[in-house]
Design a protein around this ligand. Structure first.
Ligand code: PA5
Length: 459
């Protein structure tokens, strides 16, 4: 039977967790051999790392107007919390909240919600539905299950004009209005968007919809610690204070300009050097925790949209590595064969939970004990730990650089640390490649073209 683990810290969900363990030893030549990075290569990069760290620090300061204000939201959002909580409280009066948003306006909240929903069962808040994709079948199925009189809409979009989000919003608003009338439908709509610009902002003013601003300098994929993520998460009972405290804990850990004392700087340097000097063009993130599935989706978007850029000087190799999600242990039965025998063009970031909240002793009968004597007295967590250790070993033996993030728990504080860590690593890495981490010029081109195909005369 699955039951709370005997090694569980009973306060783990409520109290701030300890720091994430970060083991980078398998990224270095000393442990891995020639596919790894020599310590002196990192030393040679030290002046550049110092410079980009200073650049990041300078551009974080200056409140919400700073270009990298996203790295300071753990501080900047504090005065906003009362307002966010007030809106969350209003959302909690509804049984179902449909979050309408795509990409950075959805993935962060979805990642945290998915990671924590099993550990916050008694929140009493609404069910949160992520209506992210344009998929008429899925929307039809969702609406078949919901009642307008028990539902509210939360539309989230930085630009306030993203076509997928606008279309979903219009359809869902119509669904509410037909059932409840215009006035009641309006009372059930919340919006998070740019404070001044965009169609959604104009709509809020015109129709007096409840709204929260998304600070102008905070872009989609860096916005999970702003109202974009905090509002829906607070509505479903996530400890958003803990989330911000975790981000702050990591920010403090990353204050130094020395990669030996700043894990984000060390990770950025390693990811960058492995790509540019060892041909590791694919970056696989592989958690051995199912609840982190959507966290990896969030990371993939952050990494891909921030780093995948061409330089103005076309003689330089394009920046960025391809982020790939693999789930332990499932993808041992899917992707691992390729990782072990195909090209040595990959690096791995494993994530594991050192202590599980629940566990189950494997109940053996005579037949299974004879067939699997090594399972005698073992638990599910013994198996997942063994699977992780085995995969990491074979990946290392195959010559793939890899690091491991060791999570002491999976709670809001630890997720805050992970979010801050990867936002920081992404920005440092972009600066190492000398590209802008905050824009996505070619994505914008695609959005314009889609409008043109729909018949927009001046897309
Ligand atoms: O990270 C980004 O900037 C993008 O993924 C956006 O979040 C996404 O395109 C949605 O844009 P918007 O928030 O303007 O609706």
């Amino acid at each position: 039977m699955i039951s709370p683990s005997s090694t569980q810290n009973p306060a783990a969900d409520a109290s701030p967790a300890g720091g994430i363990g970060i083991d980078t030893s398998n990224m270095y030549a000393e442990r891995l051999g020639p596919q790894g990075i020599e310590k002196n290569e990192l030393h040679a990069l030290a002046p550049t790392l110092k410079r980009i760290h200073e650049q990041v620090c300078e551009n974080m300061r200056g409140g919400l107007e700073a270009p990298y204000a996203c790295l300071n939201l753990h501080h900047e959002m504090r005065p906003w919390l009362a307002r966010i909580e007030q809106a969350a409280e209003a959302l909690r009066h509804h049984a179902d909240v449909l979050l309408i948003g795509i990409g950075g306006s959805s993935l962060g909240a979805a990642a945290v919600h998915y990671a924590l929903h099993t550990t916050t069962p008694a929140h009493g808040g609404p069910r949160l539905h992520f209506v992210e994709n344009i998929d008429p079948h899925e929307l039809y199925c969702l609406l078949s299950d919901l009642r307008p009189e028990a539902s509210a809409l939360l539309a989230i979009s930085k630009s306030g004009e993203t076509i997928e989000t606008v279309v979903q919003y219009l359809i869902l608003r119509d669904w509410l209005t037909r059932a409840l009338g215009e006035q009641e439908a309006r009372r059930r709509q919340w919006v998070v968007t740019d404070p001044e610009r965009g169609w959604l902002r104009e709509l809020c003013a015109r129709e007096q919809l409840a709204s929260l601003p998304l600070p102008a300098k905070i872009g989609g994929r860096y916005s999970v610690l702003s109202p974009v993520g905090l509002l829906p998460l607070a509505a479903t009972g996530v400890d958003i204070d803990g989330l911000l405290a975790g981000a702050q804990q990591n920010a403090v850990r990353c204050e130094s300009d020395d990669p030996g004392d700043n894990p984000a700087l060390e990770l950025a340097a390693l990811y960058y050097l492995l790509d540019t000097t060892r041909g590791k063009h694919v970056s696989v993130m592989m958690p051995y925790v199912n609840r982190l599935r959507l966290f990896v989706d969030w990371y993939c978007q952050l990494w891909a949209e921030s780093l995948g850029k061409r330089h103005a000087d076309t003689r330089r190799a394009p920046a960025g590595t391809l982020p790939v999600r693999a789930m332990g242990a499932v993808d041992q039965h899917s992707q691992l064969q390729m990782y072990l025998e195909s090209r040595l063009d990959k690096m791995f970031s494993f994530i594991r939970l050192t202590r599980w909240e629940q566990d189950a002793v494997i109940p053996l009968d005579d037949s299974s004990r004879t067939a699997f004597p090594h399972l005698h007295g073992k638990t599910m967590t013994d198996v997942i730990h063994a699977e992780f250790r085995a995969t990491r070993q074979v990946i290392s033996d195959a010559g793939h650089p890899n690091l491991t993030l060791e999570l002491p728990a999976l709670d809001a504080g630890v997720l805050g640390q992970l979010i801050d860590l990867y936002q920081r690593v992404t920005i440092y890495t972009a600066l190492l490649y000398d590209v802008n981490p905050l824009d996505q010029p070619s994505v914008e081109k695609g959005k314009r073209l889609a409008r043109q195909y729909l018949g927009h005369e001046n897309p």
